[in-house]
Write a protein that binds this ligand. Structure first.
Ligand code: PLP
Length: 361
């Protein structure tokens, strides 16, 4: 019998959405994806790489870092690329954490954060969200000790959809000791209308301990290709995460698709507009069912199920039986809640109809 490491035993299983073995007409609202297929020009860029697949990708991701550097006015030496931003998230754990070190994050937040402590043997400290399902930054600050190496702030937060205004984040950063890395997970920042999504980039100049984690998986709609990036306050972070990962983590296809996708900011703006419309429409549909969702700044909503109705498992199943796949809160850290990704207007209408029936209204 082979023997597995402690790490395997410590590591939880990722709660998959179950979206890959389903009837064709199922509405997929479980993974915060956008419903749009890649743009024709992005598909063309992808296809152009396929005939070169006998060659390794550029391990420095030079062209993509250059494109991101031009877009955000951050030097390329301070930009890290990953095979999805989760690759950078795990790498961040590997370069900062070890047994005896501490990691602070809010809870519920992104279901991948607990993997960092499992992978490294560090101690994870979870700080409950406030009543509005938002990060409680003062409570997080109070958890920082000499052992703290990393604090993660997810803004907007997955699974609760809420965001904090940038001035609150700014004050937090000013209070965090310089030896602590602050990872601001901005996977959904483009959907946030509280602040200009690019305003946080200005914080990098003042805070070398800051890392902004972003992705092509969400508003850019390329999650199937796995490409994300980090804008960093210190180039040494980029060197560190590059040193500990396998050398060719981002495929030529993913790099080319990301570079092309960045050129179409008009399409990104349209997707954000559609999201804001869905946000308002779904909120009023939920209100009519007596449900109060959290204040969403993302492309999904988060809400408690009515106490006098069927429980979470029954609702998740009732929706699936009616062709709508969503996430129950239990796998996301809070029982009795649902997380629902906005789809097309037709998807959203199907969800509302299915929920109305499932709740027996
Ligand atoms: C989806 C998501 C990511 C991005 O994952 P990728 O690996 O880039 O696909 C990162 N953080 C949060 C909070 C997310 O919800």
């Amino acid at each position: 019998m082979i023997e597995f490491s402690q790490r395997v035993q410590r590591t939880p299983r990722y709660p998959f959405s179950g979206a890959h073995d389903l009837p064709e007409d199922m509405v997929l609202m479980a993974s915060n994806e956008v419903p749009d297929a890649p743009l024709p020009s992005v598909v063309a860029a992808i296809e152009a790489t396929l005939g070169k697949a006998n060659r390794y990708p550029d391990p420095t991701n030079h062209a993509l870092r250059r494109a991101l550097s031009d877009r955000f006015d951050v030097p390329a030496q301070r930009i890290a690329i990953g095979a999805g931003s989760c690759d950078l998230l795990m790498a961040c754990g590997d370069v900062l954490l070890e047994p005896g070190a501490e990691l602070v994050y809010a809870w519920p937040a992104f279901s991948v954060y607990p993997y960092l402590e499992a992978a490294t043997g560090a101690t994870g400290i979870r700080v409950p969200l406030n009543e509005q399902h938002e990060h409680d930054l003062d409570a997080m600050l109070a958890q920082i000790t000499v052992a703290t190496r990393l604090v993660i702030v997810c803004n907007p937060n997955n699974p609760t959809s809420t965001a904090l205004p940038l001035d609150r984040i700014t004050r937090f950063l000013e209070a965090v000791p310089r030896h602590v890395c602050v990872l601001l997970d901005e996977a959904y920042c483009e959907f946030n209308t509280l602040d200009d999504p690019d305003a946080s980039v200005d914080l990098l100049a003042k805070h070398p301990n800051l890392v902004l984690l972003r992705t092509f998986s969400k508003v850019y709609g390329l999650c199937g290709l796995r490409v994300g990036y980090a804008l960093c306050g210190d180039g040494r972070f980029v060197e560190a995460v590059d040193r500990i990962r396998q050398p060719f983590f981002c495929s030529i296809t993913a790099q080319a698709a990301a570079i092309e996708a960045l050129k179409h900011q008009d399409v990104i703006a349209e997707r954000v507009e559609r999201t804001v419309v869905a946000r308002v429409e779904l909120e009023s549909a939920l209100n009519e069912l007596g449900i109060e969702p959290a204040a969403s700044q993302a492309n999904f909503c988060w809400f408690p199920l009515p106490e006098d109705g069927p429980d979470e498992a029954a609702v998740v199943k009732g929706l699936a039986d009616r062709g709508v796949l969503i996430r129950g809160g239990t796998g996301q850290g809070r029982e009795g809640f649902l997380r629902v990704t906005y789809g097309t207007p037709r998807d959203n209408a199907r969800f509302v109809a299915a929920l109305t029936q499932t709740l027996g209204r």
